[in-house]
Design a binder for this molecule. Sequence first.
Ligand code: TRP
Length: 445
Amino acid sequence: MRDTKIWKGNSTFILAAAGSAVGLGNIWKFPYMVGSNGGSAFVIVYLICILAIGLPVMASEIFIGKFGRKSPINSLKKISNEIHISESWKFLGVLGSLAGILILSYYSVFAGMAFSYVFNLFPSGLENPSSYSSAHFFKLSSSPLNLIFWHSLFLIITCLIVGAGVVKGIGRSVNILMPILFLFIVLLSFYSASTGDLNATISFLFSPNFSLLTPNVILSAMGQAFFSLSIGMGAIMAYGAYMPDKQQIGKTVLTIILLDTFVALSAGIAIFPIVFSNSSLEVSAGPGLIFETLPVAFYSLPMGALFSIIFFILITIAALSSAISLLEPFTAWMEEVFGIKRRTIVFLIGIFIWLLGIGSIFSFNIWSDIKFMNLNFLEFIDYFTNNIMLPLGGLFIAILVGWMLPREFVKENIKMKEGSFRVFILFLKYISTSSIFLVFLYSLL
Ligand code: TRP
């Protein structure tokens, strides 16, 4: 790979990977999953999964990408040739690159909805803001044209960034977007903690109630950990190829997961206090939590309109820096194979993703009754990617690095300190591999 495709300094890789990790998963999904899975018990299992599974698998992904210096598919091919095992490991990259495209197709629809909420200002003097909010959400989600507009806009911006290249597109945009994101999330948490009910939030998030721990809660927590860290499909592997030689994998992974967890918890602290402060609202509202419930909570607070705008800009930025990482693996691979312009490739893949996204949009309205395995189009893609493709991808990455690659080979190339390396391999080999396997098996039964 040409050196022009390697980011300078340590911070761009960290910002890009954290940008990938921090997204709708942290700010939209995490709070509502905590809310509907009983609070603290879910949070604790989630944190354990992040450390025991997320950290080793993410380090493995970066390792493969950095070693291969190519797209995930070709990096996997290179590493298997290097140690003379079957080249079929590259299909792990194929699975992942496709998962990225499938996820992006509906991710863009939700991100577009969040974007539209930046401009959703409630008129003053409403008697019943709750019914206004529900009516607004219903109007948006029942209108395919409206949704298509926002989906298209979001996807075009994503494609423009990825099309502009690794350094000038992705690298430059994360350097601008991520500092704004961190500033906004801190600002919002302070606002929320000072205007809302912080005590109720703290006990909801952190006082453990293990009676609420069911196998399903554990399953959701692991799925959420995978999704939130962007692991299992090669997004982080693709970025690993652009990591400077000297940058250390161990330290970097720790920084990324700390940032990701920090944003997820801050999102909880930004959202729950204001929801708790309004006794008519429910934290267990599910996916509608930020779209239907939150605007009502903002409505009754001082400077609520301003902070609502800040909140939805924050979500849009977080989603954008994740979306580019979903598109990158397939784009990088096509660039290597066909040698045509990145912009042309992104345009072609973009059209395909756009069409798939329309299927998800129709699931809210005209296709809502068309079901396959009892799931509509959107639910099916969501289920198939999150519950099958990502865990399967994560499992095979753990098996490849933990079991297939010779220990000495990994040790020599990953460049961790002796002690950290031992812990890393131990977790990867025994804990990550077996827990992903078990949880995956359970989810299929
Ligand atoms: N991690 C992102 C989020 O929390 C979503 C995401 C981006 C992702 N890239 C990914 C999820 C790769 C799985 C795999 O919203």
